[in-house]
Design a protein around this ligand. Structure first.
Ligand SMILES: Cc1cc2nc3c(=O)[nH]c(=O)nc-3n(C[C@H](O)[C@H](O)[C@H](O)COP(=O)(O)OP(=O)(O)OC[C@H]3O[C@@H](n4cnc5c(N)ncnc54)[C@H](O)[C@@H]3O)c2cc1C
Length: 396
């Protein structure tokens, strides 16, 4: 079908997740024009339950994008996490071990809501429910994004396209075969997650290694708990009634003298686990950011933070390009991102391997895990290593 209208912009952004929306916000503040295209509805993206831990650097970036007002008021600042194993909990004092850094608990849904409302309030283009998105001429000086909206076929002409359309988007697939190298790891685990209307039973996140498998107690607000159970990737959620989920959580997280408070389950689902990276994260005038270029298992709480880190680098490079006309910073984009990507890939793999129980009950593995956990909570150096990776201050 031939396009019936053409829109011209500087940067075309495919995907209104945290990466695309934050990039649009950062560029908007520097006077760089963007159009953001999203194939789902506003309601859908604002209620898609995903990550909830923000590194300090991510909070600072959202401040820079001008969208941290509510985050500052409602986000829960945490200074430590708990590791539970062998029937005991041990606190890892993140702030103390990292010279003052902390994390903030604030749902990805809330980050997206804040970014969407800031964008719409600024009157900047953000098009929902676009269909048949297709990238063309990405190796030319005028890449295009074609899409249809309410039956009208449109082409967006840009200087640069940012592919921020997640792991199942179209951007990465547009890059010709043979250009990208991909690296991946599949895990035999998934997470069964619930969002529950009950005050969190702990002030800080609890990562629990147990003979029945891993469990995580986390939260989204003082009234909302987010809890996870290690399960199999093909787990049938229909076989997990709420009562069974709570019973299993009690068994994995319970300690003498401590009870997990239960409440109505508002949402539940199974999230598979995967590690994946493509290199390079750019081709011609297409730049991949966030989950479009890499995936981490959620154990290290890195997915959302990495997506924000990519767009910080991309925004800096684009600002430099429009100020100087030089593409030097853009050319270095992938290399600058990938160091941090691989640091987070390693940390996420390490946390996953240390905390999840192998299904065949391999006792040697389990002994190694407990030895590693014990070392992590008894050695200042090991605890500091976990802490600086968790809060995002580790050098990449
Ligand atoms: C179920 C789930 C649970 C998760 N839980 C955690 C967690 O607990 N902790 C953690 O750190 N991370 C978690 N993550 C990872 C984290 O949420 C992601 O790393 C983060 O969303 C990455 O942001 P992004 O903007 O790169 O991609 P996304 O958030 O995926 O955004 C991409 C956007 O592009 C849109 N899109 C896709 N295709 C097209 C197209 N063809 N045209 C236009 N738009 C398109 C999508 O609808 C989406 O809005 C989870 C991820 C999933 C899937």
């Amino acid at each position: 079908m031939r396009p019936v209208r053409t829109i011209r912009t500087q940067v075309g952004i495919v995907g209104a997740g945290p990466a695309g929306l934050t990039l649009a916000g950062l560029l908007g503040r520097q006077g760089i024009e963007t159009v953001v295209l999203e194939n789902k509805s506003r309601d859908y993206i604002e209620h898609r339950i995903r990550a909830g831990v923000l590194e300090q650097g991510s909070v600072e970036l959202l401040e820079e994008a001008g969208v941290a007002g509510r985050l500052k008021r409602e986000g829960l600042v945490h200074h430590g996490i708990e590791l539970q194993f062998d029937g005991e909990r041990h606190r890892v004092p993140l702030t103390e071990l990292t010279g003052g850094a902390s994390i903030v608990i604030y749902g990805q849904t809330e980050v997206v809501k804040d970014l969407v409302s800031a964008r719409l309030a600024a009157g900047a283009p953000l098009l929902f429910e676009v269909q048949d998105v297709r990238l063309a001429d990405i190796d030319s000086h005028c890449p295009r994004v074609e899409f249809s909206l309410e039956g009208q076929v449109t082409q967006l002409e840009c200087d640069v396209v940012a592919g921020c359309d997640g792991s199942h988007g179209v951007s990465r697939a547009t890059i010709p075969a043979g250009v990208l190298s991909s690296y991946s790891r599949e895990y035999p685990f998934a997470w069964l997650g619930i969002l529950a209307a009950v005050a969190p039973s702990s002030d800080e996140l609890v990562y629990a290694h147990s003979p029945r498998g891993f469990a995580l107690l986390s939260m989204r607000s003082p009234q909302l708990s987010r809890l996870y159970l290690q399960c199999r990737p093909d787990e049938d959620i229909a076989s997990w009634e709420d009562a069974r989920i709570w019973e299993e959580l009690q068994l994995r997280l319970g300690l003498p003298g401590w009870t997990l408070a239960e409440g109505p389950v508002l949402e539940k689902g199974v999230t598979p686990m995967r590690s994946f990276v493509v290199e390079p994260m750019q081709y011609g005038n297409l730049f991949l950011a966030g989950d479009a270029a890499h995936i981490v298992p959620p154990t290290g709480a890195k997915g959302l933070n990495l997506a924000l880190h990519d767009v910080r680098i991309l925004a800096e490079a684009l600002v430099d390009y429009y100020a100087t006309g030089s593409k030097k910073s853009l050319a270095a984009y992938s290399e600058r991102c990938l160091r941090r990507v691989w640091r987070s890939e390693h940390f996420s793999w390490w946390m996953t391997s240390m905390l999840h129980r192998s299904w065949d009950g391999d006792q040697y593995d389990e002994k190694l895990q407990v030895a590693q956990l014990r070392y992590t909570v008894t050695s200042g150096a090991a605890a500091a290593s976990l802490a600086e990776n968790y809060v995002g201050t580790a050098k990449a």
